[in-house]
Design a protein around this ligand. Sequence first.
Ligand SMILES: NC(=O)c1ccc[n+]([C@@H]2O[C@H](COP(=O)([O-])OP(=O)(O)OC[C@H]3O[C@@H](n4cnc5c(N)ncnc54)[C@H](OP(=O)(O)O)[C@@H]3O)[C@@H](O)[C@H]2O)c1
Length: 319
Amino acid sequence: MKAIVYTKYGGPEVLQVKEIDKPSPKDDEVLVKVYAASINDWDWGLLQGDFINRLLNGLTKPKKKILGSDVAGRIEAIGKNITRFKTGDDVYGDLSGSWGGFAEYVCAPEKVLALKAASMTFVEAASIPQAAMLAVQGLIDKGKIHPGQKLLINGAGGGVGTFAIQIAKQYGVDVTGVDSIHKLDMLRLLGFDHVIDYTREDFTKNDIQYDLILDVKTNRSIFDYTRALKPNGVYVTVGGSIARLLQALLLAPWISLIHKKHIRIVALKPSKDLLYMNDLFAAGKIKPVMDGPYTLDEIDKAFSMFAKAEHKGKIVITM
Ligand SMILES: NC(=O)c1ccc[n+]([C@@H]2O[C@H](COP(=O)([O-])OP(=O)(O)OC[C@H]3O[C@@H](n4cnc5c(N)ncnc54)[C@H](OP(=O)(O)O)[C@@H]3O)[C@@H](O)[C@H]2O)c1
């Protein structure tokens, strides 16, 4: 089978399309013929080999040599302990931790897969798992979003933000999106009530306060975010600078006690809410925003685009 392999850390240029053996499922795995996969920020971190990802995947060179966690495809074979799926089922999910999705076939444990909605294409399905789960778990599980709130999404034009706005709109909230200028028209079309170009305006310094902030960048002091929250407001981060996240973690109890404002961090539960996404999709309430699809041979182009943050929503690759 064809797969995108990397044997050393680096930029998109270290990715190579290679012919390798097709994997066989273990007893508790299924073999998926992958039709589409999408790029996540985590793939980018693993490709570059930043400090945290080297701890996960090898200090000097990558142990797992095929990236890709978000996949959509058809089950071609099942292990003997599989109970939820059968051969021929169309599935999607997030293989974070085992990866291997940027290939024509991948083996996956059944717990990280869900049947995809019949009306969803494989390309649409591949764009959903990680970004949409971070949006759902950030807004609903941690943020306790409810009608009438004023919400701000920081880093609104990428994968998480473009799902988050569509989920948030189910709750009748007023939503502000923050991103760079070339994404603001797209944000308005998606339903953001207000948009801010972060290169021209700092939302933590304009005296506007929010009930809920969902942040995919976390690059400021936690006190800046606290200032932008109303009393009893909630700041939810899905990721960003490690130093800023540590600061948020350490100071959250004190900020809650003294300022009555709440700081929460999402720890991704992969694939947990895919059936909810199926329901939203089938009801026409979610439409993934995507760049691409790119072919396997265009993987370096797709990653270069991701690295420069030129993409809107998710970048999808077809196999
Ligand atoms: N919590 C967990 O367990 C977990 C698991 C996996 C991933 N993650 C995290 O989830 C996040 C992934 O988000 P994503 O998929 O939406 O990323 P993405 O597609 O790269 O989108 C990020 C957006 O933020 C914009 N941006 C860049 N700098 C900004 C700034 N200073 N202020 C406001 N916006 C800015 C980018 O556009 P421009 O660059 O054009 O401005 C881009 O549109 C990452 O932080 C990742 O670490 C968390």
